[in-house]
Design a protein around this ligand. Sequence first.
Ligand code: LR7
Ligand code: MN
Length: 593
Amino acid sequence: SVMFIGFWNLDADIPTSANYRDDWVNVRLGKDQRQYVDRKGIHVVVGHYLGDVAGDGPSPNLTEELMNTNMFEPKPREGLNGQPVFIPPHLSQKMKQLYHINRFNLMASDRIPLNRSLPDVRKKKCLSRAVDVSNLPSSSVIIVLHNEAWSTLLRTVHSVINRTPGHLLKEIILVDDASTRAFLKQPLDEYVAKLPKPTRVLRSSERIGLVKARMLGARQAVGEILVFLDAHCECTIGWLESLVERVHEDRTRVVCPVIDIISDESFAYIRSFELHWGAFNWDLHFRWYTLGGSELSKRRQDLTTPFKTPAMAGGLFAMDKNYFFEMGGYDEEMKIWGGENLEMSFRIWQCGGSIEIVPCSHVGHLFRKSSPYSFPGGVTSILFTNLARVALIWMDEWKEFYFKFNPEAASLRDKQAIRQRIVLREKLKCKSFSWYLDNVWPQHFFPKDNRFFGQIQHIASNKCLKKPSGKGSLNQPVGPAIIEPCIKSDTPSLTQIFVKDQGESFIGTDDSVCLDVPPRENEQTQIGVRFVACSFLPTQRWKYNEKTQQLEHADSGMCLDIPEVVSSPQDVFVTECQTIHSQRWAFLPVPWK
Ligand code: LR7
Ligand code: MN
């Protein structure tokens, strides 16, 4: 049997494996990997989305010649209909070498036709709500790139041309952000000149980063709608119609497709869960969150209607062109990569627009575990500069919260020229960040008045609850609840910080993981406590009794405890409530203002 690695966006509550391949069986759940096996005995090892960037540039052992090779075979025939590519064992050495160029399996990509077919992954209901395309405005598709591989770039272009109704696609604009690879120069110009749709390559001679590159493309666009894509996407049938329809109905909507997964190892097209929405954690990192509880049951009636999202991933969206410029385009002081998606999300919401995800539109994106290109000036300084700008311009008093826990960003705050963007914010009469949190993301995890924010200390052991290091399906820290020595400082590590509302409420972190007790089994006297995705159901509700210092669990009626004799190898349990020292907990607030 052949082994290949891909990744699956599984949701803990709703198994989604059935969505795509009914014949995949989950055979193992490891710490960092899930493994599936299909009926033919082929293993599919499934890892997790690691949203972090490495940014350490291409590996040093790659020669100039290799980097400039356009590996594309004339008649590749694999990966049809979104199937994975199998690399025969005798090529695996070469495959591994090529992997480093783009941090994805280039050999696999080069064995797939540029116009490969993909399954129609939409829900059946999407077909019956078919859009009347005759009166919809036309789009300019803008793809920015820096040293992208030939096959992934051109497959993006072909998927747009092949799966967009002709009159809706005005043009494709490729913006080359100072790529150094030879095949992206003249060969690319010649190739796009022969395409059946107007396709242009704009070039920047200096590395300007993705924000400025997108602005370059947007300024040249002639379509009424701007559609942005990363340079390694594949669009599925119906992707554009359902997006443009929403913008056409209301020009203040910024609309995103469901982002499916193109495996960086096998190039399999993997349908992802449709009900994830985007927001961000205390560090202002974009994250996916699961639509939970009552919202989900509301939506179960019709899973195909678009839903609002507090933030967007950033790479794939459609927007009215005039509205884009009226709203200030992008913050062109942002460098290379990162933060622009939150900047746009806050700006659109605070200044009167909205952001939504359209479940009937599916576009695949090639997710990588690290970034293959260099970040001139260093990843940290670039990322923290961009995020410092987001905080300074859009977050009002909440910026202090961000800077307090992100000193690297704080050290860059005085260097930012932000006047123009503040003027824009005033001109557009934008609402406050508090308004945004309360109205756009009422389920947020930021501290606020009446909400406890701080450490939870076990008095007897003088240790504090810590968020686990395991990785859930959305890369959240899930796992058994653990304790470690309390970090005593004015700004303890965020890994020991939790939020809790007054009364009976969740105890959780910004990653949307909450303290949870599984249902009691055959009269257990101790039940292990864990952190799992927040559901806000009674299994995750806790009440603090100030007098006895006990933390009572709503569902079981038991109390949080670190018993001396335990039934399983872990720290934290609930046991029958009684006046014992091991059930006493203290809430140590951490100042955040
Ligand atoms: O200096 C640069 N110049 C560029 O033109 C750096 C990058 N780029 C191009 C690059 O070639 C690519 O086409 O910009 C695009 C995005 O860069 P990626 O693909 O290396 O980054 P990513 O997929 O990790 O980036 C996500 O976050 C970025 C933050 O700045 C952008 O918003 C990306 O568009 C965004 N991608 C997505 O939202 C796809 C879904 C990922 C998720 C979740
Ligand atoms: Mn990308």
